[in-house]
Design a protein around this ligand. Structure first.
Ligand SMILES: Cc1cc2nc3c(=O)[nH]c(=O)nc-3n(C[C@H](O)[C@H](O)[C@H](O)COP(=O)(O)OP(=O)(O)OC[C@H]3O[C@@H](n4cnc5c(N)ncnc54)[C@H](O)[C@@H]3O)c2cc1C
Length: 368
């Protein structure tokens, strides 16, 4: 019997397991495809504190602290982040930074060009610059996390699917696996991201989320640029530097019925526009050459907020889902805090807006 069973080894599940191991809990992590087998490895790797709500700013700030504390520097770089746009479009995120006490600089187009001559910014736009932001290589992050978990004694089970939770009227007792085994634990964390709906459905519960397939690209510029990661609220693109490459794309996505982790190429229009808008914003040393594309599933809720809290009616099971296109940067904090909440009974009042209650429905069979 384990103290904690974590279902799903994406960024969320890994940081839950890490926290649990740190607290000395007997922990098992189960991932159908292997650690970082889902959206996390396919993400663009941008970590920025420039988000619209104070809660999200705080979560990313905490995630940055956790990544820097636990993960070797080869997986991340402190690049800072420049958000470019019209002043009114950036106001909300500046207010959130202020509320969280995070310092930022407001730069006009000339100041941006003075500091980073590669940027071409129209005079009517401004840039908001923050410093703690990271450029993260998700695949390296996944490998590092896996190694740390094994080293800390977490039992990592890969290639086996969690099919359903066995539940009584007030708690989960075990998780059923595709190989026929059942794993009993005192606590459960459901961190299977875009696949969570399926496990809940098999457990007679439904969660109201929807899926989008998102796309990102890595382009080689032939030479390293000394620029921050940046987003362009005007041209709807974002990029982060990594060596001589830039990773990012447009804010474009497609509705999907099921999680798409295929290797199919993103729609050609998406790449064409991403490159066109990149070249409008940045003077590159040579034309960007496409070296990698990413395609992956993101789960969204109706109001765009994550689902984070105890699974309704179950005292010992927690769900973290609905992280949308900003889950890599908020996932470490949410995964870590979930363990504190469920095992150490830490207050969740602050996160009541993320309550799972708003997104859950039960099948009649479970209510009988
Ligand atoms: C193209 C793209 C670009 C993105 N860019 C960014 C970005 O720059 N910054 C950012 O913050 N976010 C970004 N995101 C979003 C981010 O990737 C996700 O929000 C985040 O990875 C979600 O993490 P997760 O742990 O919830 O889910 P996942 O990483 O999907 O993890 C779920 C895990 O559960 C496993 N699993 C599934 N079903 C089962 C089962 N039945 N039993 C056992 N295991 C199972 C899967 O194999 C997977 O490893 C991007 C996403 C995409 C697709």
């Amino acid at each position: 019997m384990y103290d904690l069973a974590v279902l799903g080894g994406g960024v969320v599940g890994c940081f839950s397991a890490l926290r649990a191991a740190e607290l000395g809990l007997r922990t098992i992590l189960i991932d159908e495809r292997g650690v970082f087998g889902g959206a996390s490895a396919r993400s663009a790797g941008v970590f920025t504190v420039q988000l619209d709500t104070p809660l999200d700013v705080e979560l990313t700030a905490k995630s940055i602290e956790l990544v820097k504390r636990y993960i070797a520097g080869r997986a991340w770089k402190e690049t800072g982040f420049l958000q470019i746009g019209k002043e009114h479009a950036l106001r909300e995120s500046m207010e959130s930074l202020e509320k969280c006490g995070i310092r930022y600089e407001v730069l006009d187009s000339e100041e941006i060009a003075d500091r980073w001559p590669e940027f071409v910014v129209e005079p009517e736009l401004i840039g908001v610059y923050t410093q703690p932001d990271l450029s993260v290589e998700p695949k390296i992050l996944g490998r590092e996390l896996r190694g740390i978990l094994v080293e800390k004694g977490v039992k990592v089970i890969e290639g086996v699917r969690a099919t359903k939770l066995d539940v009584t009227s007030s708690e989960a007792t075990a998780v059923a696996l595709s190989d026929g085994l059942r794993i009993a634990a005192s606590y459960f964390i459901l961190a299977t991201g875009p696949w969570t709906r399926e496990i809940l459905h098999n457990s007679q519960m439904e969660v109201e989320t929807f899926l989008l397939t998102c796309f990102a690209y890595r382009v080689n510029l032939g030479q390293e640029l000394n620029i921050p990661s940046f987003s362009d609220e005007y041209l709807h693109t974002y990029w982060r530097p990594w060596g001589a490459t830039l990773v990012g794309g447009r804010y474009d996505a497609e509705f999907a019925e099921t999680p798409d982790i295929s290797d199919a190429q993103p729609p050609s229009r998406s790449l064409r526009l991403a490159l066109k808008f990149l070249l409008r914003r940045l003077k590159t040393p040579s034309p960007p050459e496409l070296v990698e594309y990413m395609r992956g599933p993101c789960t969204f809720t109706g109001n765009g907020m994550p689902i984070f809290g105890p699974i309704p009616c179950l005292n010992n099971a927690f769900i973290i889902d609905g992280l949308g296109g900003y889950g890599l940067m908020r996932g470490p904090a949410l995964g870590y805090l979930a363990v504190d909440a469920i095992v150490l009974n830490r207050e969740l009042d602050k996160y009541s807006v993320y309550s799972p209650l708003r997104a859950f429905r039960w099948n009649k069979k479970m209510l009988l």
